[in-house]
Design a protein around this ligand. Sequence first.
Ligand SMILES: Nc1ncnc2c1ncn2[C@@H]1O[C@H](COP(=O)(O)OP(=O)(O)OP(=O)(O)O)[C@@H](O)[C@H]1O
Ligand SMILES: [Mg+2]
Length: 336
Amino acid sequence: METILQVRDLHTSFLTSNGEVQAVRGVSFDVEKGKTLGIVGESGSGKSVTSLSILQLLGSTGRINSGSIKLDGEELTTKNKKEMRRIRGGRIAMIFQDPMTSLNPLIPLGDQVGEMLWEHKKEMSKAERDAKVVELFRMVRIPEPEKRLKSYPHEFSGGMRQRVMIAMALACRPELLIADEPTTALDVSIQDQILKLMRSLQQEMGMSIMFITHDLGVVAELADRVAVMYGGLIMEEADIFDIFKDPRHPYTLGLLASIPDMNQDKSKKLQPIPGSPPDMIRPPKGCPFAPRCPYAMRICADELPPYVSTGENRRSMCWLLDPEAPETGNPFRNKK
Ligand SMILES: Nc1ncnc2c1ncn2[C@@H]1O[C@H](COP(=O)(O)OP(=O)(O)OP(=O)(O)O)[C@@H](O)[C@H]1O
Ligand SMILES: [Mg+2]
């Protein structure tokens, strides 16, 4: 298996008037070539900051304090602004939640996608660019693409605008696509269409995808592997099948219990995880999930658990998996 993106022990924080927000606190993962890594977790877990760190779009208050980010073996954290600009939209493309904020309302959509091409391929003529944009619109299944070049963002529905964003992302044939909640603002049926589109485009282009969402159901549709984030850390990482069939972290159990489709018994009420995420200015010294964890032991509040291998190519960060953890009331008993 070849790796396109390798992130190691990433620490990212923001300076605020209240103190330093420790948004990402030692995150490591790989994205394999041609595969999709899903990053899931509740609001505030550090998913977006992880992706913004990769792209170096942290703003003036954000900073990568330590760690390594390698794209196809090449270190990104030491690149300068100009080099990173070339990488963004070129080798790494991104799509975000709300297409309206990323699109300019005053410029025809065809020209906006064309501009992306121009940024990275200055030798193309206007006619070549228009032809390429039509091809991209066709690729993302925008009907009558020739007629759509001159349309403005407000003339498109939310789903169609997101297709334009995907076309823009694909314009330079990126090696890696980072999608941060790209379907959250869309209706469920449109959301499903966009996920299907992304999956077939990935097969056509052999692209690697890092897909961020708070919804494990969405991840099930698309991901090969899943990293479950909480409190700026990866709590569990495993292949998609293992995460659903045999989760090995109380936080993953909690997320699974809150997915509608996973609950066969429709009469049973969905169980959102009670409690709220930790304060990232003063993160707890133990496991960040301990205050909300139904199985928490004394050690959980005192010490951050180490990663434990929970099978082939999977790991979890949980004291319940420690060989000395008690068996009674342990949801992972006989699995350690
Ligand atoms: N520019 C910023 N300045 C200060 N704190 C920030 C900034 N951006 C993010 N944070 C904080 O960093 C933490 C992680 O935020 P992040 O945006 O990565 O969460 P997320 O997992 O993407 O959540 P969501 O599902 O809501 O998008 C949060 O505590 C957030 O408040
Ligand atoms: Mg986010």
